[in-house]
Ligand binder design. Structure first.
Ligand SMILES: O=P(O)(O)OC[C@@H](O)[C@@H](O)c1c[nH]c2ccccc12
Length: 260
C-alpha cells in the first residue's frame, strides 16, 4: 500500500475523517509555498493538494483560475514548483499531492516528471484531464514508486465505469460532488449522498469528496458519507486575502467535527 493511502487509512482507523486542503503553487509567490505547507500541516491536515498553474484550466472556477493567473504572472512553472518543494524543511512531513493538467507533465516528460516527484517526496498525483483509458502511460511509470495516481469519479459516471476506475485507484478516489467546475456552492444534488455511499461500497481505497465544499457545515455533511473531504477555493481565497485565521478556523472546526 502506498504512503498516501496508509496515512488516510490510519486516520480512518482512529475514527477520524481525512481533511485535504488545496493550494495554488506560486500564488503569492513561490517563496511562500513552503511556509504555507508548514502552516497547514501544523493545523493538522491529513495531506495537501498543490495545484500547478496552467493556462487552460478547464476544470477550474473563477477563484482558482485567478489564483492560477497570478501564479503564472509571477513566473511559476512545474519545474520551479518541484525545485521549491525540494528545498522545504524536514519539518514538512505531511503527504503532498500534485494536481496538474496533463500538458505540463507531457512537456516535462513523463519519466523525468515521475523521477522528480519521487525525488522530492510527492506522494500522489491528480490529473483531471487524463482519461482512464489513457492513464496507463503514467500508471506504468508509477507501479514501483510511492506515488499514487488518484482518479476522479464524477456524478455522471456509469456504474460499470465507476467499478473499473475504483479497481485501479491508488491513494484515494476523488469523488467530484458537482457537475461542473471548482468553486464555492450553496447546495448539492439530491442524489449526491446515495452516489457517495455507493462509491464507498464499491471502492477498495478511501473515498474523499471535493468541489464546492467551503464551510465547516458542508465538511461535516459530506464527511458523513465519505472518508474525508477536499477544500480548494475557500482556502485559496483566504490565503489570497491573508486571512490565516479563517483557514485555521475552517480546518479546526472541520477536524474537530468530523471525528465519528
Ligand atoms: O475549489 P473547490 O470547489 O473547493 O474544489 C476543490 C479543488 O479546488 C481542488 O481539488 C482542485 C482544484 N483544481 C482542480 C481541478 C480538477 C480536480 C480538482 C481540482
Amino acid at each position: 500500500m502506498k504512503t498516501l493511502e496508509k496515512v488516510i487509512q490510519s486516520c480512518i482507523s482512529n475514527g477520524e475523517k481525512a481533511f485535504v486542503p488545496y493550494i495554488m503553487a506560486g500564488d503569492g509567490g513561490l517563496n511562500v509555498l513552503n511556509e504555507r505547507l508548514l502552516f497547514l500541516q501544523e493545523l493538522g491536515v491529513t495531506a495537501i493538494e498543490i495545484g500547478i498553474p496552467f493556462s487552460d484550466p478547464v476544470a477550474d472556477g473563477e477563484t482558482i483560475q485567478q489564483a492560477g493567473e497570478r501564479a503564472l504572472a509571477n513566473g511559476t512553472t512545474l519545474r520551479k514548483v518541484l525545485d521549491t518543494l525540494a528545498d522545504r524543511s524536514d519539518k514538512v512531513t505531511v503527504p503532498l499531492v500534485i494536481m496538474t493538467y496533463l500538458n505540463p507533465v507531457l512537456a516535462f516528460g513523463i519519466k523525468e516528471f515521475v523521477e522528480r516527484c519521487v525525488g522530492v517526496g510527492v506522494r500522489g498525483l491528480i490529473i483531471p484531464d487524463l482519461p482512464m483509458e489513457e492513464s496507463g502511460m503514467l500508471g506504468e511509470a508509477l507501479v514501483d514508486v510511492d506515488v499514487a495516481l488518484i482518479p476522479l469519479v464524477s456524478l455522471t459516471s456509469p456504474e460499470d465505469r465507476i467499478a473499473e476506475i475504483v479497481s485501479r485507484a491508488q491513494g484515494f478516489v476523488y469523488a467530484v460532488t458537482v457537475n461542473g467546475i471548482t468553486g464555492v456552492r450553496n447546495s448539492y444534488s439530491e442524489t449526491l449522498e446515495a452516489h457517495l455511499e455507493r462509491l464507498k461500497k464499491l471502492s477498495p481505497v478511501p473515498v474523499l469528496a471535493g468541489f464546492g465544499i467551503s464551510t465547516s457545515t458542508q465538511v461535516v455533511e459530506l464527511g458523513a458519507h465519505t472518508d474525508g473531504v477536499i477544500v480548494g477555493s475557500a482556502i485559496v481565497d483566504a490565503f489570497h486575502r491573508d486571512d490565516l485565521d479563517l483557514i485555521a478556523e475552517l480546518v479546526q472546526q472541520a477536524t474537530s467535527h468530523i471525528i465519528l
